[in-house]
Design a protein around this ligand. Structure first.
Ligand SMILES: [Zn+2]
Length: 433
């Protein structure tokens, strides 16, 4: 390690107890996406105490601060939101929100990196801008809540990063470092690089039949629930046409209004989410599902409306860049690069960001149980909180030291899959502004 690298790690070690206290405070006060006001306040206070000017309220709760003012500009992202998991022992009793996805670990990495890099001797070694960006709402918002957010002017997208992209909050950023608790099985302390993840589309299907007495006049009724049954049968048969490599997943929730057993069910709403490994496969299957529902409604003479909504784009996979690997080598931790043949069938709004800028991603251990599960536990505070802070700080330093040579190399190798205009046009199609 050179002197600056030692200074970075030494600072994080010297503030270990403060960082762990910061992590544990956020861990036990999880908040819902776009309403992470307490968490955002803690992050803003921390960044301010590092001597940085802090912007707040980005897409409602986002917090951004930076060191330096020149190009290139590399941000380190931390996600602010929790996940509803009422059975988790640290869930907030009133809301059922928990940090069973480990986003508090990301915020701790961000806090530690901000502290380490804002030391004057370290900041002076950087060319360009190191940005610390805590972003709202990674766990997507279901469509019924999204309607409320839209009507109250809080957000138009189901995820924080798409919302921030549309609002121009990433316009001054050239590349992003993202981190997460391990999302695919990994025995090493760190997994370096970015696995592909599935994209998804959401839809709200509203079926309106006709109420009638089930015994006296069933012939006058149109059973909306039967429409769903027929559509689901068709989708079940369509499954045999799905290609294995497209990793199609379909999730559905059927919701009914108040109904009585002796009235033909006349109104049903279906929340549906379709996931696929590629955008093309997503569109193809989405259209198949729409046809199945429309065809079933036609068969029964029911009215149907289908509202498709923007979800998250698939994540474009990436091998670890040189700066990330160089940084990992400095730590007494085990690491491995992502296996390009491993696909993560879950979705993240990092997918949207990966279409616009290079993503330097790593994931980490230090926990047991399953993400989003009631059994998620932190088992090793050093590996969960301090190692990620060190790796994030060292990676930012390696990207921006030596006249930002590594960052420039990363940027010159990158060709965005979508321009800002193309992304905006794609989002506008779904009513996202
Ligand atoms: Zn997560």
């Amino acid at each position: 390690m050179n002197e600056t690298e030692q200074r970075i790690c030494g600072c994080i070690d010297a503030h270990a107890q403060q960082l762990i206290a910061f992590a544990e405070d956020i861990y036990s006060h999880a908040e819902l996406g776009y309403t992470e006001h307490r968490t955002a306040g803690k992050v803003a206070d921390w960044l301010q105490s590092c001597g940085m000017d802090v912007q707040t309220g980005l897409a409602n709760t986002g917090v951004k601060a930076s060191l330096g003012s020149a190009a290139p500009s590399v941000c380190l992202i931390g996600e602010l939101d929790g996940i509803r998991s009422p059975e988790h022992p640290l869930a907030v009793p009133k809301t059922g929100m928990s940090h069973a996805c480990g986003h508090h670990m990301q915020l701790t990495a961000l806090a530690g990196a901000a502290l380490a890099l804002s030391q004057p001797e370290v900041a002076a070694a950087l060319t360009g801008r190191a940005v610390f960006f805590a972003v709202p709402c990674e766990e997507h918002v279901p469509m019924n809540r999204l309607e409320q957010l839209r009507s109250s002017g809080i957000a138009t997208c189901c995820g924080g990063k798409p919302e921030l992209l549309l609002r121009g909050a990433f316009d001054d950023i050239d590349a992003a470092i993202t981190t997460h608790a391990h999302m695919v099985p990994c025995q090493s302390d760190f997994l370096l690089g970015c696995n592909s993840t599935s994209g998804f589309l959401s839809k709200l299907i509203h079926i309106k039949g006709r109420a009638s007495h089930t015994a006296i006049a069933p012939e006058n009724g149109i059973n909306a629930l039967d429409v769903v049954t027929l559509a689901r049968s068709a989708i079940g048969m369509l499954r045999s046409t799905f290609r294995d490599q497209d990793c199609i997943r379909i999730g559905e929730i059927v919701r009914m209004g108040d109904c009585a057993i002796n009235v033909v069910p006349h109104e049903v709403t279906v929340d549906l989410q379709v996931r696929a490994k590629t955008w093309d496969a997503l569109q193809t299957v989405n259209e198949q599902i729409n046809r199945a529902y429309r065809g079933a409604a036609y068969a029964f003479g029911a009215e149907i409306s289908i509202q498709d909504d923007m979800g998250y784009l698939p994540t474009i996979p990436a091998q670890p860049c040189q700066a990330l690997t160089d940084a990992a080598k400095l730590l007494p931790a085990t690491y491995e690069p992502v296996n390009p043949s491993v696909h993560n069938a879950a979705s993240t709004d990092v997918g949207d960001l990966s279409h616009r800028m290079p993503i330097v991603n790593f994931t980490y251990g230090g926990f047991s149980g399953t993400l989003h599960g009631a059994d998620f536990r932190i088992t090793d505070k050093e590996k969960a909180y301090l190692y990620p802070a060190k790796l994030a700080a060292l990676t930012l330093y390696h990207l921006l030291c030596d006249h930002a040579a590594q960052a420039q190399a990363l940027l010159s190798d990158f060709h965005p899959a979508m321009t800002a205009e193309e992304y905006r046009a794609y989002a506008h199609k779904f009513g996202c502004q």
